[in-house]
Design a protein around this ligand. Structure first.
Ligand code: FES
Length: 103
């Protein structure tokens, strides 16, 4: 069942820029972009890499393994070697607490 899960605080995500969190047993990456927070699966769709170990450049996360980039707003791949989008999840912030809508 899909539900909002509390995963972090707004302050922690802002400070980190990009970080890994768990929502149940699903590992997600959270990104702070211009005051908004976005969430994706933390695993790259190309290989065994965690996007939270990558570099956040504006609204794109660069995978640490082969430097593919996803747009963190919609999960779309921006360049080779990526072709499969990474899954994105809705985020809401309530009184500084960050919630992600996950199945
Ligand atoms: Fe991410 Fe290859 S594992 S680009």
């Amino acid at each position: 069942e899909t539900e909002w899960k509390e995963v972090s605080t707004e302050a922690a995500v802002r400070e980190a820029g990009v970080c890994a969190v768990y929502a149940g047993d699903r590992e997600l990456a959270l990104y702070s972009v211009k005051g908004a927070i976005y969430a994706t699966d933390n695993r790259c769709t190309h290989g065994e890499a965690r996007l939270s170990d990558g570099f956040l450049l504006d609204d794109e996360i660069e995978c640490p393994l082969h430097q593919g980039r996803f747009n963190v707003r919609d999960g779309l791949p921006m360049c080779a070697p990526l072709f499969a989008p990474v899954r994105v999840f809705p985020v809401k912030v309530d009184l500084g607490r960050v919630f992600v809508l996950v199945p």
